[in-house]
Design a protein around this ligand. Structure first.
Ligand SMILES: *Cc1c(COP(=O)(O)O)cnc(C)c1O
Length: 462
């Protein structure tokens, strides 16, 4: 494993070295003009920082499970890497559960959320021993039914998602604690609190409260206020029952990512400290804790690296036509105000490009006019054969492909620096080693998943 630089200078230096090596080693080529790259030591460092952050504020012996939200990077080797770093998995579909299992994440370190679990999914989770958070009163009734007729001898931790209704952040699509959010049992609705206390009192197996207040765009204070609200509910339930009915709190994820610079801010440590100030009782050892951070673990360790195919101009506007567009950066293209990305520019050999900045648009390969990663961005002049890197895209970008124009999912590679010694007498030099995470999708695969086996199917109908 390569050494890990601390701080943002290290991240930028590692990134530049990786781009240079990706070009030199043929990871990105004229025929494979877009790839996703993951800085493996960077991801390991983020995982270690998360463990430290919660260890520093928790009473000794507090049981803490950090379950990585699989949707942020649904890639089996990433889940495996994080499992090796001591994380579990939060899954929200049969597909995500299958990925976690393929990565070897044990059921006891897996948590199933999702607002639309089928009876079969619930049954499978109970049989496997995967923790489940019911999303609604309706789902709780479904669990009642399953546990009545032949529940396994020991049930995994079962919880109920509560929406503390503390309000939303700046991105409404990612704000989950608004008064009318589709998630969870609303805590402040008429009669809800009494219903919740009774629901726990009546079910000895209902031992967890779950909340996930929001993601990118939510102030940390808002998230902490939401956790405080569900903690107070847990205290009320336990007082009412006269025993430790609620044994663990699943506080969700949602730490925002800084897309404006290499600085990691906010940090897991800062958020853990804020939680400890806002909800001291959370960390005194009486409750087991589960977290579900997603984006904050791999985001800053990922980039999309793409070749510039053409540089053109139209009506006085300079446009670099690259191979990275909506297929790898769907949110940025469709909601550019909410999801701006930094673009780093490199020459044909993968060396950082300098030169007087000029206003340019960075476009993608999709056939619609809005397929733009950046507009009017000041960058050194881009030319055909250069490369652009879309930074901080390790979560929710190249891992969540958008299949417009039947563009293939790009290959994804993890990288780390390693020492290379040429001859016995030479001083060691640092090189970058790449390992495959996901192969690029082939044309045959694209045809197959687009109904290739059923080519004549429709012609049979009149
Ligand atoms: C998406 C999601 C997460 C992770 O959110 P991030 O913003 O990626 O940290 C955690 N828990 C639940 C229930 C989610 O839906």
């Amino acid at each position: 494993m390569g050494h890990v630089d601390s701080g943002s200078d290290g991240a930028a230096r590692r990134r530049d070295a990786a781009v240079r090596a990706a070009v030199r080693q043929g990871i990105v080529t004229a025929d494979r003009p877009v790839v996703g790259l993951l800085d493996v030591p960077g991801i390991r460092a983020a995982a270690a920082a998360l463990h430290r952050a919660f260890a520093q504020v928790s009473a000794p012996g507090t049981d803490v499970l950090h379950a990585f939200a699989v949707k942020a990077a649904p890639l089996v080797p990433v889940l495996r890497l994080l499992a090796e770093e001591g994380l579990g998995a939060e899954v929200a579909s049969p597909g995500e559960l299958a990925l976690a299992r393929a990565a070897g994440v044990p059921p006891a370190r897996t948590v199933l959320d999702s607002p639309a679990k089928t009876p079969a999914e619930l049954r499978e989770a109970l049989a496997l021993g995967v923790a489940v958070n019911a999303d609604s009163r309706e789902e709780l009734v479904r669990l009642d039914g399953l546990l009545d007729d032949g529940a396994p001898a020991s049930v995994p931790p079962l919880g109920l998602r509560v929406n503390p209704q503390v309000g939303g952040g700046s991105i409404s699509a990612l704000s989950t604690a608004t008064p009318m959010s589709k998630f969870g049992v609303p805590l402040r609705d008429e009669g809800a609190r009494e219903w919740l206390v009774r629901a726990y009192a009546e079910r000895p197996w209902l031992t967890r409260i779950h909340a996930h207040v929001g993601s990118q765009g939510c102030p940390l204070e808002l998230m902490a206020a939401g956790i405080r609200a569900v903690y107070e509910l847990a205290e009320e339930v336990n007082e009412h029952v006269g025993a430790r009915r609620v044994r663990s709190l699943d506080i969700g994820g949602g730490l925002p990512v800084n897309f404006a610079s290499d600085e990691v801010t906010p940090t897991h440590a800062g958020y853990a400290r804020l939680l400890a100030e806002t909800v001291p009782g959370l960390f005194d050892g009486r409750y087991g804790l589960v977290t579900e951070f997603g984006r904050s673990l791999p985001a800053k360790s990922g980039m999309v690296l793409a070749r510039v195919e053409y540089a053109k101009s139209a009506g006085g506007r300079r446009i670099a036509v690259t191979h990275a567009g909506a297929q790898v950066a769907v949110r940025t293209v469709f909601a550019p105000e909410a999801w701006p990305l930094r673009v780093a520019v490199y020459d044909a050999w993968g060396r950082p490009k300098d030169g007087a900045p000029e206003s340019q648009d960075v476009a993608g390969p999709c056939c619609f006019a809005g397929d733009l990663i950046a507009t009017g961005r000041s960058l050194p002049r881009l030319e055909a054969g250069d490369h652009v890197a879309l930074l901080d895209t390790g979560a929710y970008y190249f891992s969540n492909h958008f299949a417009y124009n039947t563009l293939p999912r790009p290959g994804v590679y993890g990288y780390a620096e390693h020492q290379r010694t040429e001859g016995a007498t030479e001083t060691p030099s640092v090189d970058v080693r790449f390992v495959p995470v996901r192969p690029p999708q082939s044309l045959d695969e694209l045809v197959a998943e687009s109904g290739g086996a059923h080519a004549v199917g429709l012609t049979a109908l009149r």
